[in-house]
Design a protein around this ligand. Sequence first.
Ligand SMILES: Cc1cc2nc3c(=O)[nH]c(=O)nc-3n(C[C@H](O)[C@H](O)[C@H](O)COP(=O)(O)O)c2cc1C
Length: 217
Amino acid sequence: MSFSRDIERYADLFAARTKVMKSSAMRDLMAVTARPEIISLAGGLPDTSTFPAEDFAALMARVRPLSDKPLIVKLTPNVSDVVPVALAAQDGGADALSLINTLRASAVDPRTGAPWLGARQGGLSGPAVRPVALAMTMQVAARTHVPVVGMGGIQCGRDALDFIDAGAACVAVGTESFRDPAAGTRVREALDRALCARGDGSAAAATNAARDRLRAA
Ligand SMILES: Cc1cc2nc3c(=O)[nH]c(=O)nc-3n(C[C@H](O)[C@H](O)[C@H](O)COP(=O)(O)O)c2cc1C
């Protein structure tokens, strides 16, 4: 599929989902969620790792005007350099950046030697990706100025603190929530304790200090 057709497909899906957000069913759903302003439009959209970094600006120019809501752009780690994509997203009007999405990975069925996953490849998440996520969070936090949402393998307060020290303004807990449905609350409380024990006034102060450190390095 050509890039211009990909970008149109992306824009069509994004526009359709933005419209659905205004439907009465979605309003009902938003009324019962704790953070109604945050809705993921990402699932099932074309894989942006196939977009050349220089074309990401064109994608942003096409989708940003479709919604007046705050836009958090989720970055894929499946690129050789995440910084140009992060800068294109920021310069194209993203209100925040979040990373990382899953890493392209595979598994082999030992009985047959064939790929174990139906689509041959899938997305790797959880603790194995944490060092990759931390490195990319640092790179993006050092080179951009919008808030960064860090994620990838966070399981406990110490992991979350590592992401704050990598310049993230806040963190997300994904895979760990499958093992422990209360992980979000547990990690948030442990992070608060860890920040307090270290004498940090707030997560925001720690984030700002981390970004200053990273920019100066
Ligand atoms: C089952 C599953 C479904 C996911 N679906 C989405 C999705 O629809 N949109 C998205 O941006 N990321 C999706 N992700 C990626 C996560 O949001 C997250 O970026 C990634 O898994 C790394 O964080 P974690 O190790 O805490 O899970 C999904 C991850 C998993 C494991």
